[in-house]
Design a protein around this ligand. Structure first.
Ligand SMILES: Cc1ncc(COP(=O)(O)O)c(C=O)c1O
Length: 405
């Protein structure tokens, strides 16, 4: 293992709450989350965290600007794509004892870009793409907007925990399927797949000869007692058909920097993509984005530990207070992520056409609309609780007042 990977020191180095921002400070960041809606609306939608970015990341970005030039970059004597790939390998080794090959890793500007590149480059129009539902909307779009077939594995809520039965997919729907998108931790349910569940996915992928896109972007945001298992570690046969997507964007709240990696579990898979989509057509992240990602992965440990504590505290606060604020609301307590998938079916929405619209109009709170994750889920919302206790409490108070009518 390279010496550049430093396991995170104690969270005590970051004062609890040192990264929390007030609404005026959050608006001043100039992001979509706090500026898309009018100022009276509290946002709990898009997956950005309401936290000041870790100091080493800010310093890394500032260093590039301070040098006074924005030239074609070289880092450690290498192209930045390779430096990023090596840093990714270091991090995976440190966290999971997994050694992804840097030569089979590509630097990308984002995971959604990677998903679209893989769907269009590795499948053909008419092919089926299998996805666990409810799902992060771009996975559906990657199939439906490119002439592929979106094939849902519908989840069922068992005692507050989502489960997916792969055997529930009809054989007719399975015919002509070429790919599966595995999002673990799962967005929007916050499920962290167990080894047993991952093995079932692997067996299914082998049986149906599927390529698997493993989107593991939320993997470092697990709550206590949970463990992330990279899908590609399930065995050589599984790795050979898996493309793992990772970045610092969710765990370190740097999505706007646009930097991600796409790791192919075999050189053959990477070549298959290159034959259809030349690497140079895909673009790559900027030097600032790569420097910032390196700083996050190598020096962001104390910040991340403190943030994880905050996220678990906010998850538990929401779970404890929601039943009283909104009687009838059913929340799955997420095992990972800062996203809660909440069922408002038993709540009187006073004639509103969706739970999203109800809370936006009556509570001035913006959630992500349930129907964007699954058609027909108008009575669900996805609640982003990566915020401070005062903002969370304000959201809950507004929701309580709205449901009282
Ligand atoms: C599961 C998942 N994948 C991908 C993304 C977006 O990644 P990017 O901004 O790198 O395209 C998100 C953002 O919320 C996400 O939740």
């Amino acid at each position: 293992m390279s010496s550049a990977f430093t396991p995170s020191p104690s969270a005590a180095q970051i004062a609890p709450g040192a990264f929390l921002l007030r609404p005026d400070e959050l608006r001043a960041l100039g992001g979509v989350k706090w500026n898309r809606y009018p100022a009276e609306v509290l946002p709990a939608w898009v997956a950005d965290m309401d936290f000041l970015t870790a100091a080493p990341i800010r310093a890394a970005a500032a260093r590039v600007a301070e040098r006074g030039g924005f030239v074609y970059p070289l880092r450690e004597g290498k192209d930045i794509g390779l430096v990023l790939a090596e840093a990714f390998a270091e991090r995976m080794e440190g966290l999971y004892d997994w050694s992804p090959a840097p030569e089979n890793t590509m630097a990308m500007t984002g995971l959604v870009q990677a998903v679209f590149a893989l769907v269009t480059g590795l499948t053909d129009p008419g092919d089926g793409i299998i996805v666990h539902v409810p799902t992060y909307p771009p996975f559906r779009a990657a199939a439906e907007t490119t002439g592929r077939r979106f094939v849902a594995v519908e989840g069922s809520n068992e005692n507050g925990r989502y489960r997916w039965d792969l055997a529930s997919v009809a054989p007719e729907a399975l015919r002509g399927c070429a790919m599966m998108v595995l999002c673990n931790p799962q967005n929007p349910t916050g499920r962290v797949f167990t080894r047993e569940e991952l093995e079932a996915v692997a067996e299914f992928a082998l049986a149906h000869d599927l390529i698997v896109i493993a989107d593991e972007v939320h993997a470092e945001l697990l709550h206590p007692g949970q463990r992330h298992i990279p899908f590609a570690t399930l065995g050589p046969e599984v790795a050979a058909r898996t493309i793992t997507l990772q970045s610092a964007s969710k765990s370190f709240s740097v999505a706007g920097l646009c930097c991600a990696v796409m790791h192919f579990g075999s050189a053959a898979l990477k070549q298959r993509l290159a034959a259809r989509l030349p690497e140079r057509a895909l673009g790559h992240p900027s030097a600032i984005a790569v420097d910032a990602t390196l700083a996050a992965w190598r020096q962001g440990g104390p910040w991340l530990d403190a943030v994880r504590g905050q996220l678990t505290a906010m998850r538990d606060r929401l779970a404890a207070r929601l039943p009283e604020a909104v009687p009838g609301a059913r929340m799955n307590v997420p095992e990972g992520t800062y996203l809660a998938w909440i069922d408002m079916s038993a709540v009187d929405l006073q004639g509103a056409k969706s739970a999203y619209q109800f809370f936006l109009d009556r509570a001035k709170v913006a959630f992500s609309a349930g129907e964007t994750f699954r058609p027909g889920a108008e009575r669900f919302v996805r609640f982003n609780f990566a915020t401070s206790a005062p903002i969370l409490d304000d959201i809950l108070a507004r929701m309580a007042e709205a449901v009282r009518g």
